[in-house]
Design a protein. Structure first.
Length: 457
């Protein structure tokens, strides 16, 4: 199925910066590129207060954008079009702002227009749900405050609507960020709004009825305001429906595999090499992988573990490896751009995350025809790994089962090669064409809901 024609497509991300926000940024940029290749070239909208100079060029260097990619930023544009804010001041200043008694935080920022005159003051809100604050965003003219927007939501909606108004016809905004969706969804708008989900919505123990944090609770309360919601896995959608009831405008669109044109040659692999890619933070649970690998090495001393990724836990993890007697068996590669392409040298890929949305690194392993061992977590592995076909699933947190699965693969070259072939076949049948067809259907349904609903009013 092709994307609906004659539609203005936008992809909205709170921020899009190379090297930040892990798989979210990569997945968002890849979605934009895949849509563009299908003729639905989206404009990327960002709401990040930081300077955007050179960002597109960095994405181009990483292969995540090209010269035709358009990235627009709220703060870059309002400084060039100050009248957009000055003519749209919605409220008088709060009394505390007028009499000078409002608290001053040195982290507040004054943003100037292109002429160097103050344009707006951004408040600093020390809370995880800062975006929900109605704190004054003070607007200036000729150096004097003239009024305020109440909170980030009014600012975001104002600029988004101004962008949409530039182009006639139907428009679809795909929100890739939870805070954007919550601030745009339940308010009047002239465009269709689709929201994508990038991560698990639960806290530990990540069962369907596990606690949700404040951010997810607020977003889920707005589910009915979106014209469509895109989930990465059927399991997550099923858990949401079990909790909140049927979701008629929800669709499952997994991240696609993007395998090379030919399978990596089998004889280039090290039959005793296990690899993982992870940011070295607690929820990736690399300490558990090290403990499992210590068991592997006891029975297979020639085995080696290669860890791609960096993070605050690296010193502690290196110390644990030494304590377990693995200093010579573990190689810490640090951050390596396009690390997934190096998985073709490994016999097995291992993942020990506590939770995921849908793991991009598992996709990268399957793309490289590498057999996978993963904890069976929420969400993703069970919809990507077919046991005894392209890898193995083991119970979440079961270090002994993880060690046994790794040993079973490394000790059986014939089975390992069959699993590699299974990984390659899976990647071939779960590629970009399939994902874009599913997304195009969701886009058509979102547009139909928005514009049919508008016509009937």
């Amino acid at each position: 199925m092709s994307f609906p024609e004659g539609v203005n497509y936008y992809i909205a991300g709170s921020r899009l910066r190379p090297g930040l926000d892990g798989g979210y940024t990569v997945a968002t940029m890849q979605r934009a590129a895949h849509m563009a290749a299908q003729g639905a070239r989206p404009v990327l909208l960002t709401y990040d207060i930081g300077p955007m100079d050179g960002v597109r060029d960095e994405f181009i260097a990483l292969g995540l954008a090209d010269e035709s990619t358009r990235i627009r930023n709220l703060f870059d544009e309002v400084t060039q079009r100050p009248e957009l804010l000055r003519q749209a001041v919605l409220h008088p200043l709060h009394a505390a702002q007028l009499d000078g008694t409002a608290p001053v935080d040195e982290r507040e920022r004054i943003i100037s227009d292109a002429a160097g005159q103050p344009l707006l003051k951004m408040p600093f809100v020390a809370a995880v749900d800062w975006f929900r604050s109605n704190a004054d965003i003070v607007i200036y003219d000729a150096g004097e405050p003239i009024g305020a927007l109440y909170g980030f939501g009014e600012l975001y909606r104002l600029w988004t609507s101004a962008v949409i108004a530039e182009r006639p016809g139907r428009s679809l905004v795909i929100s890739e960020a939870r805070q954007l969706g919550e601030l745009l969804g339940p308010y009047p708008r002239s465009y269709a709004l689709m929201h994508t989900v990038h991560s698990a919505h639960t806290q530990a123990p990540h069962t369907w009825d596990a606690p949700m944090d404040t951010l997810w609770q607020g977003w889920c309360a707005q589910l009915d305001s979106f014209d469509a919601v895109v989930w990465l896995t059927q399991a997550q959608l099923s858990d949401i429906e079990r909790r909140f009831g049927p979701q008629a405008r929800s669709f499952v669109v997994p991240h696609p595999a993007q395998p090379p044109t030919a399978a990596p040659p089998w004889d280039t692999r090290d039959p005793d090499r296990v690899a993982t890619i992870a940011r070295l933070v607690p929820n990736k649970q690399i300490d558990q992988l090290l403990r499992a690998f210590a068991v592997v090495v006891q029975q297979r001393p020639q085995a080696r573990l290669e860890v791609f990724g960096d993070g605050p836990q690296r010193p502690a993890l290196e110390a644990l490896a030494a304590e377990l007697g693995l200093a010579a068996q573990v190689t810490w590669r640090g951050h390596v751009p396009a690390a997934g392409s190096q998985l073709s040298r490994a016999a097995v890929f291992a993942m020990t995350s506590e939770y995921e949305g849908q793991s991009l690194v598992l996709l990268e392993a399957l793309e490289q025809a590498t057999a996978c061992v993963s904890y069976d977590i929420s969400y993703g592995p069970a919809e990507m790994i077919v046991p005894n076909v392209n890898g193995e699933l083991v119970p979440a947190g079961d270090v002994a089962a993880l060690a046994a699965a790794l040993l079973g693969m490394l000790a059986d070259p014939v089975r390992l090669r069959a699993l590699s072939e299974g990984a390659w076949t899976w990647a071939q049948t779960h590629g970009v064409k399939r994902s874009m067809s599913l997304l195009a259907d969701a886009c058509e349904r979102a547009l139909a809901h928005r514009y049919v609903a508008d016509t009937s009013q």
